[in-house]
Design a protein around this ligand. Sequence first.
Ligand SMILES: C[S@@+](CC[C@H](N)C(=O)[O-])C[C@H]1O[C@@H](n2cnc3c(N)ncnc32)[C@H](O)[C@@H]1O
Length: 189
Amino acid sequence: MTAPHKHHACPVWIGWLLLNPLRRLLQDPRKILAPCVRPGMRALDFGCAMGFFTLPLAELVGPTGRVYAVDVQDGMLDQLKRRAARRGLSGRIFIRRCGHEDFGLQEFEGAMDFILAFAVIHEVPDVQRLLAAFHRALKPGGTLLIAEPKGHVDGPAFEAEVRIAKETGFILRTTPRVGCAYAALLAKQ
Ligand SMILES: C[S@@+](CC[C@H](N)C(=O)[O-])C[C@H]1O[C@@H](n2cnc3c(N)ncnc32)[C@H](O)[C@@H]1O
């Protein structure tokens, strides 16, 4: 018997579905991100896929800000690169491919104002290690917005993610309302 695969990254074709404009009716990136993001910020979109949130995030940080877009799959990042170029946002979006086990966040040590992890934490086997990596990457007072789709993650599983975040040193600021998703805005103390 073969051992089950422990990595569950969503397939690249799902990346196209995630860009569906109808998604904005439930999960409007500007509404979700605007309370957390200001011009000039350094922001990280972890598990960015093809950039449903990355491009609006880049617009919100403005020309003096930077967005680092991290994903484990080249197929997602190739499309993000094209979409950023078409929107004239390549100059402020910095794309990084990470590994399943190596999140590739060492370069950001204490440098980030804001991290978004939307619909990705449940795909990562070691949640504790991921949240600790987010904590290290943030500036003191920096914020982390986590969200999980209700179809994939149930309430207790999301609460467990929030609990691990608190054990890692985050404080819970708010639980923003996001359509069809659980969400929590956390801050590094
Ligand atoms: C369901 S998609 C969500 C994409 C995007 N955040 C959104 O909401 O539109 C999850 C993404 O996380 C990425 N992913 C999965 N495991 C990862 C890991 N260990 N490190 C970085 N990205 C990962 C997948 O490749 C995929 O693009």
